[in-house]
Design a protein around this ligand. Structure first.
Ligand code: HEC
Length: 173
């Protein structure tokens, strides 16, 4: 941190001699020229000493402002085209992870929904998801909603988009 080894030593000497509570001006008043020179040196170096610690603050605060991932905002545009293979892959994931609540055909009649007394929408009805954008559906699947747990940690984004495409396809039948 200090380029000048002597300055580091002098700094230690000052600390040892005066202790941290002694005002620096008091040392100057003693009229010790050598000490004055050292003090000037130390004062010049102080900003250098303090500087490396300063920039850490913004980096510490950054995660807080960026904690809202894009999947939470629901503003993502669906990057996956609703091709037959995307829908087929979405159906596979849906059958494993969602059908127990939302039902095999998306009717909201899964066994677990019955056990939990959940009242779920019928995704075969085009009105069920019409007010949600693909990004918002993605966000609900990724982060969960109410009694539904999110899949973000267990699924790749592409898999989630495939499920969005699959859910959309249900209404078109
Ligand atoms: C434990 C039962 C359960 C499971 C499993 C489940 N959900 Fe849900 N889901 C719900 C409930 C309950 C809601 C309504 C939450 C609310 O409005 O508070 C919901 C809401 C939704 C919504 C928002 C639209 C709506 O109907 O309100 C979507 C989209 C959705 N789920 C998709 C999925 C997908 C895809 C999966 C599989 C990855 C899944 N869900 C797994 C219970 C479940």
């Amino acid at each position: 941190m200090f380029e000048n080894e002597n300055a580091t030593d002098s700094w230690r000497i000052i600390l040892n001699r005066t202790g941290p509570d002694t005002p620096l001006t008091q040392i100057v008043d003693e009229g010790d020229q050598a000490m004055k020179a050292t003090l000037a040196c130390v004062l010049l170096l102080l900003p250098l000493h303090a500087f490396p610690q300063e920039p850490q603050k913004p980096t510490e605060e950054k995660p807080a402002t960026e904690s809202k991932s894009s999947s939470e905002t629901g503003k993502q545009v669906n990057p996956v085209k609703p091709t037959p293979s995307s829908i087929a892959s979405g159906k596979k994931s849906y059958t494993y992870d969602c059908a127990m609540c939302h039902g095999k055909e998306g009717a909201g009649d899964g066994d677990l929904a019955g056990d939990m007394h959940l009242k779920l929408r019928d995704y075969r009805d085009p009105a069920a998801l019409k007010d949600l954008t693909d990004g918002e559906i993605y966000s609900i699947i990724a982060n969960g909603k109410g009694k539904m747990t999110g899949e973000e940690s267990r699924m790749k984004p592409a898999q989630i988009w495939d499920m969005v495409n699959y859910l959309r396809s249900l209404a078109k039948k």
